[in-house]
Design a protein around this ligand. Structure first.
Ligand SMILES: Nc1ncnc2c1ncn2[C@@H]1O[C@H](COP(=O)(O)OP(=O)(O)OP(=O)(O)O)[C@@H](O)[C@H]1O
Length: 303
């Protein structure tokens, strides 16, 4: 997509070019004695797709939860477009950050369209309960909301299934619906937590295209993902979390070529690893032990 398209199709939450959309500083999250996230800085600028990777248990989802008001960080500050975020998830959504979850969270017994309409509640005066209960204020805004929801369903390729129950959608389409619902709050930043988990290669490729299209609408994207090919194809910048700390950040080539990242993924020690001196000491001791054994009386007869 081109820059022109970006301008024409920009959504209400879209950011001005060059704007810092997300600015997380010194974010630390402790659960009792466990520090799940330690002093992490991360920025996301408008027009960017940023990846957050790391081995299982590295603290990625905890960090997302700190950005979206689900957790209040033990230390640190998170700003969205210069404003410190309120410590409540619905207020964070209203401010302009939307997210999807690692485990799909749809209203299974509602239709596809209704799921997207629920996602719009932060942008409609009538609010969630009115949307769910069809209260008096609801009908007024319904037509406009429906039109916007249908646009979003068309955008993700689900307009033909608007009246289907969410639970009847195949898995890949449920993930798309989650994204449409997140977009319904007209965010300026979309956080995706493992959007391709459980997808086949075709679905993963389609998701990649969808994320590019979202970026082209002026919405910045921060994505957690274990599929490295997906991340390195997609992201302008990638940050690597290991044991709660940011180990490396850079473009795909920099991150892919960093030996510490490879070591972290292979489970090899990257911190306090034995230095050359220690390795040399161990080798010398082994050589000495071998020489002593060879020189021992009766050694020849034992062979
Ligand atoms: N609510 C919680 N209470 C206590 N410990 C928690 C809580 N949430 C996460 N943790 C711990 O924090 C650490 C980081 O977990 P987190 O889920 O953020 O990692 P992750 O990088 O998202 O892992 P994965 O890739 O497996 O989803 C883990 O040790 C986890 O057990």
């Amino acid at each position: 997509m081109t820059t022109d398209t970006t301008t024409q199709d920009a959504v209400p939450g879209a950011s001005a070019p060059g704007e810092v959309v997300l600015d997380a500083r010194g974010v630390t999250m402790r659960f009792g004695g466990l520090t799940a996230v330690r002093n992490v800085d991360l920025t996301v600028n408008s027009g960017e797709i940023v990846g957050l990777i790391g081995p299982n248990g590295a603290g990625k989802t905890t960090f997302f939860n700190c950005l979206t008001g689900l957790y209040i960080p033990t230390e640190g500050e998170v700003r969205y477009k210069g404003q410190v975020l309120p410590p409540k998830s619905f207020k964070v959504t209203a401010a302009g950050i939307a997210r999807t979850f690692q485990n799909i969270r749809l209203f299974a017994n509602m239709t596809v369209l209704e799921n997207v309409l629920v996602g719009r509640h932060t942008r409609t005066k009538e609010g969630l309960w009115s949307a769910l209960l069809r209260g008096p204020g609801f009908h007024k805004a319904e037509a406009a909301s429906r039109a916007r929801a249908m646009e979003l369903l068309e955008f993700v390729g689900l307009e033909a299934k608007a009246e289907h129950l969410a639970r009847n959608l195949p898995y890949g389409e449920q993930r798309k619906l989650e994204i449409a619902r997140a977009l319904a709050s007209e965010p300026g930043l979309l956080l995706l937590d493992e959007p391709t988990a459980g997808m086949n290669p075709q679905e993963t490729r389609a998701t990649e295209e969808l994320v590019f299209a979202i970026r082209d609408k002026g919405i910045a994207v921060l994505v957690i993902e274990h599929d490295m090919r997906f991340i390195f194809n997609l992201c302008d910048r990638v940050a690597v979390l290991v044991q709660g700390e940011k180990l490396v950040e850079g473009d795909s080539a920099t991150v892919q070529g960093d030996e510490r990242v490879v070591a972290a993924y292979l489970g090899e020690p990257f911190e306090n690893a034995p230095g050359d001196e220690e390795v040399a000491e161990v080798e010398a001791a082994e050589a000495h032990a071998e020489a002593t054994t060879d020189a021992a009386p009766g050694k020849e007869n034992d062979r």
